[in-house]
Design a protein around this ligand. Structure first.
Ligand SMILES: [Ca+2]
Length: 229
């Protein structure tokens, strides 16, 4: 009986060690995936900034669109069938796409009162190094003179929960939501000139990819994965 108990104890210890090692490997893989994504985003951000400095952003966008894009220019909306129309014509009440797609993307994913939580993917630039950003929508207004964008008021709560440094900071900011781009862009709330944007994937209004952007250069320097609560 005593021998059985010893064997059972050894098996339990070995199982726990194996589980710990697997968890550790899983964490390493998650970190590796995040680093690969981070490098990709930083390279993209630097390429954008460099091109802007040289006045070649249009040419770069054309080349990227040709290789990976939807065939439309940066100020255009893709109707889904190859046709491109101006972003300004999206959600203006008149069908500009032959298939009327520019008037069927006018859903508002950022309802007043909705709350979003973004967990950090990577962060190369903020001073606070938040592990999480809570985003609340306090106002969403569509003005009759400019229906392709909405004016959005937001409240950010930056939360850091590290054992040695647990704190939060609250900021208010204004911004816009572009229906054709499915993109929220906010103004930098602080003198560090860092701004938050959030890009919705087509067909999913409950998640958006949040980027902290250096407003001066457009470089993406932090990413948070936002989910609607
Ligand atoms: Ca239209």
């Amino acid at each position: 009986m005593k021998t059985l108990l010893i064997v059972a104890a050894l098996v339990a210890v070995a199982t726990a060690e194996l589980r710990q090692r697997l968890d550790s490997q899983s964490v390493r893989l998650d970190r590796l995936a995040a680093r690969v994504e981070a490098v990709s985003d930083v390279l993209q951000g630097r390429a954008d900034a460099s091109a802007a400095a040289e006045g070649r952003v249009d040419a770069l966008n054309s080349r990227l669109d040709a290789a990976f894009g939807d065939g439309c220019g940066s100020g255009e909306f893709q109707c889904g069938d190859g046709q491109c129309v101006s972003l300004l014509s999206v959600c203006d009440g008149t069908g500009n796409c032959v298939n009327n797609a520019d008037e069927t993307v006018c859903e508002n994913p950022l309802e007043v009162g909705s709350r979003w939580v973004g967990n950090v993917v990577y962060d190369y630039c903020t001073n606070r190094r938040p592990e999480q950003i809570s985003l609340e929508i306090t106002d969403f207004e569509i003005r009759s003179s400019f229906k392709s964008k909405a004016y959005v008021d937001t409240k950010f709560i930056l939360e850091s929960n590290r054992a040695d440094d647990s704190k939060s900071a609250v900021f208010l900011s204004t911004g816009t939501y572009c229906f054709g781009c499915r993109l929220l862009e906010t103004q930098p709330p602080e003198s560090d000139n860092l701004a938050l944007t959030c890009k919705f994937d087509q067909g999913d209004s409950n998640k958006c990819s949040g980027y902290i952007i250096r407003a001066a250069s457009g470089e993406k320097c932090a990413k948070f994965a936002f989910v609607k609560q």
